[in-house]
Design a protein around this ligand. Structure first.
Ligand code: NAD
Ligand code: MLT
Length: 308
């Protein structure tokens, strides 16, 4: 059996697969190169770099499984895969703590202007008065999407004495209560929260869940965070709100188009950005690689998959 790994994958995952299969690691392939290469592979293992399009699926005559070493499967044409009987698995738990920690890091960095102050001092300036921050203690954090990562963010923010508002149509009052979260609407979060963080998948319901109407409702000192998927917060509306001083800041890890060099807010001083680093820790990358390798081994050996 042959396994193609088309994005960089932690060594622990690669060697696990090599124990069972003939493994080819070829990263940075264009769609056409992948279409040409995929023909006789039984499994394809990817991260977020590879786009598994309909064209790729159609060319994949032997493919039985696509393994996504991470959470989001938005870079895979699931309908085309399902139509061809190809199993799609992800690694839903391996990077959740890293993504939650990155969210908290982004919130704190934004609250205390750490990236801006770091850049200023390295440019040999001593500008203490330009970088007055805010405490998070006693502030309200709105969490939109209370799944694995949202719940971990809420837990960590409570450790810093923040009050948590939450919105998630699939979470019961009972579950929210057990998390110490007050369930409410997106608009109520927009009106009341000092910090708002989104942790949903990107779907037609969540696209632009924070848009111009919500920015108009926000407090002038509100700050928003997106470590989930580009497009959940409308990028144009966010840029307008930041430029008009309707909100105080934003911390963004993910973008509608990556790399986001044409993004409308990337150059603004009241925005901090990271290049999709939510899952970029040694621990998370080992976890997701091993998890996906185990799924591929199971499926190619005739077993079942856990995370379809
Ligand atoms: P999850 O499936 O555990 O949780 C998602 C939550 O969103 C669920 O509770 C679901 O009920 C909720 N939801 C769905 N539709 C909703 C809606 N219309 N309104 C409000 N809530 C809604 O997923 P997760 O593991 O917590 O991941 C959350 C997001 O983070 C995903 O988009 C994932 O791709 C992304 N992610 C990003 C990074 C990164 O590197 N920045 C790393 C890991 C995950
Ligand atoms: C994910 O969905 O797991 C994240 O976007 C992280 C990643 O793939 O690197």
């Amino acid at each position: 059996m042959k396994v193609l790994i088309s994005d960089s994958l932690s060594e622990e995952g690669v060697s696990k697969l090599q124990e069972h299969f003939n493994v080819d690691v070829s990263t940075g392939l264009s769609e056409d190169e992948l279409v040409e290469k995929i023909v006789d592979f039984d499994a394809l293992v990817i991260r977020s770099g590879t786009q598994v399009t309909k064209k790729v699926i159609e060319a994949a005559d032997n493919l039985k499984i696509v393994g996504r070493a991470g959470v989001g499967v938005d870079n895979i044409d699931i309908d085309a895969a399902t139509e061809k009987g190809i199993i799609v698995v992800n690694a839903p738990e391996g990077n959740m703590l890293s993504a939650a920690e990155h969210t908290i890091a982004m919130m704190m960095s934004m609250a205390r202007n750490i990236p801006q102050a770091n850049a200023s001092l390295k440019a040999k300036k001593w500008e203490r008065k330009n970088f007055m921050g805010v405490e998070v203690n006693g502030k309200t954090l709105g969490v939109i999407g209370l799944g694995r990562i949202g719940a971990e963010v809420a837990k960590r923010a409570q450790g810093m004495e923040m009050d948590i508002l939450g919105y998630d149509p699939f979470v019961t009052e009972e579950r929210a209560k057990s998390m110490g979260v007050e369930l409410t609407t997106v608009d109520d979060i927009a009106k009341r929260a000092d910090f708002i963080t989104v942790h949903t998948p990107l779907t037609k319901e969540t696209r632009n869940i924070l848009d111009a109407a919500q920015f108009d409702m926000m407090k002038g000192n509100a700050r928003v965070i997106n470590c989930a998927r580009g497009g959940i917060i409308n990028e144009e509306a966010l840029a307008d709100a930041l430029k008009a001083g309707k909100i105080a800041g934003a911390a963004i890890d993910v973008f509608t188009s990556e790399p986001p060099f044409d993004c409308p807010f990337i150059d603004l001083d009241n925005v901090i950005v990271t290049p999709h680093l939510g899952a970029s820790t040694e621990e998370a990358q080992v976890n997701v690689a091993v998890s996906v390798a185990e799924e591929v081994i199971s499926v190619l050996n005739g077993g079942s998959a856990r995370n379809t």
